[in-house]
Design a binder for this molecule. Sequence first.
Ligand SMILES: *[C@@H]1O[C@H](CO)[C@@H](O)[C@H](O)[C@H]1NC(C)=O
Ligand SMILES: *[C@@H]1O[C@H](CO)[C@@H](O)[C@H](O)[C@H]1NC(C)=O
Ligand SMILES: *[C@@H]1O[C@H](CO)[C@@H](O)[C@H](O)[C@H]1NC(C)=O
Ligand SMILES: *[C@@H]1O[C@H](CO)[C@@H](O)[C@H](O)[C@H]1NC(C)=O
Length: 486
Amino acid sequence: MSKLQFVLIAALLLVAVSAKTAQEWKTRNIYQIITDRFALGDGSKPYCDLNKQPYYCGGNFKGIENNLDYIQGMGFNAIWISPVPDNYPNQFHGYAAKNMTEINSHFGGADGLKSLIDACHKRDIWVMIDVVANHMGNTDQNYSENIPFNSPDHYHSYCIISDSDFATKNMYNIQHCRLAGLADLNQENSYVSNYLVNWIKDLVQTYNVDGIRIDTVPEVHPDFWKQYTTSAGVFATGEVFDGDFGYVASYIPSVGSVLNYPWYFNMRDIFVNQKDMWGVRTYYQNWANQHADLSILTPFVDNHDNPRFLSDQVFNNGKDRNTRIQLLKGYTTFTLTSIGIPILYYGTEQYFSGNTDPYDREPLWNSLNTNSDMYKYVQSILYAKNITNAGLQGQTEAYCDQDLYAFFRGKLFVGVTSKFNQVTRQIVTHPFSNGEVICNIFYPTQDCLTITNNSFNLVLIGGEAKIFVPKSLLQKSSQFLRSASS
Ligand SMILES: *[C@@H]1O[C@H](CO)[C@@H](O)[C@H](O)[C@H]1NC(C)=O
Ligand SMILES: *[C@@H]1O[C@H](CO)[C@@H](O)[C@H](O)[C@H]1NC(C)=O
Ligand SMILES: *[C@@H]1O[C@H](CO)[C@@H](O)[C@H](O)[C@H]1NC(C)=O
Ligand SMILES: *[C@@H]1O[C@H](CO)[C@@H](O)[C@H](O)[C@H]1NC(C)=O
């Protein structure tokens, strides 16, 4: 073998080793950030007027880099950041690209991105970048400013996807017409598809990206996504904004993973409307019918395209704040512990309650409080997952009726309810042994019990969720117990 061959093979191996697979992502918990809304590198806290949208409020890569303690302290070991290419003016969210060859200077450009990713990797935080291959940022038919797609034949001919196209799943129109009027790239043009496929490979390799979140998946033919994700060579999860299990599942073969929108729609409905927990079992049956591997899908609590859980819009102005918060806690506990690679949208940990876009994209810089109730609550959940290595375990149903859903993954036992009456159930299916002492992670020194006669009583009061882990695992982690009780 020549020296050059050796170097090439060594380089290939290096890429193969650093590229993160779906399997490796299973131990990750993802914190979703709108890059413009998280924090500023210089520590300033400008006023951000959500009524005057869209515009840049000033958040950037350096702001994230300077606040990694905040993210890691909650227990997250991965972040999802906004799309990075240069965008049309004021398009702070990043979904309106103008120059694909340039990293958005508002966020800190190429150097800022490299610096952020290096800083994350030093702490073993993985970085998932949001990417768009469906459209460019202009809404007219003058493409001259789009780089490199500046010619009309780089785009599908003009038409707009209608609501009825989505409702009837008119795939020809969904794939060939414009979403929200945005210039719709023609992936059947080989210049366009080759460029995009090379672009993603280059982005991943240049910046050492660990994963990608793909925008607007149904709007492009699945054959393209297969090429695109193969070229990316890292874990990819795609946005199929739909509650239909079969439709969402149909994109798993080409993308690898999808955001678990069926989870979001079904669980949010159960918790918000305090429906029977039987619905959870139905949900799992629906996925089982699709033969989907839930362990690599990405369930989420909230995101930037939907009103936040605590919002008036979600609750239709009903239910008081404390009730909403209790339901949020149950729903968050379930989302972060159940099978899949879970995502928490920034601000949930500070009880943000914005209605849908633009109100769900609040600035976080006035609220970076590591002592808030929900921050600590999330910290406890992710800590329990960590000490039980639950991310790598399957999930077994322990109990289901109208008032309770309970399951375990390894030695992590979780009980959740949408009901506020006292729920007391004898649990006989669980991972613990007779005589073993288990403790509820939310009150690790107060709410402990001993397994007797192979069972224990699970008691949930006022809508609370409980996570039981063996006390022996907690004792090895006295540092956490101190911080939890302080
Ligand atoms: C696009 O970005 C590249 C890389 O930063 C830059 O060299 C080029 O001038 C940009 N093109 C335009 C038209 O701004
Ligand atoms: C397209 O946009 C460019 C740059 O804004 C402008 O110079 C040009 O005149 C426009 N072309 C047409 C046909 O309007
Ligand atoms: C638990 O957290 C520690 C410290 O961050 C980390 O090194 C370890 O890999 C984590 N274990 C699991 C199973 O997530
Ligand atoms: C042990 O559990 C079984 C099954 O639930 C029950 O029938 C039995 O009465 C229990 N025995 C004692 C001593 O509690």
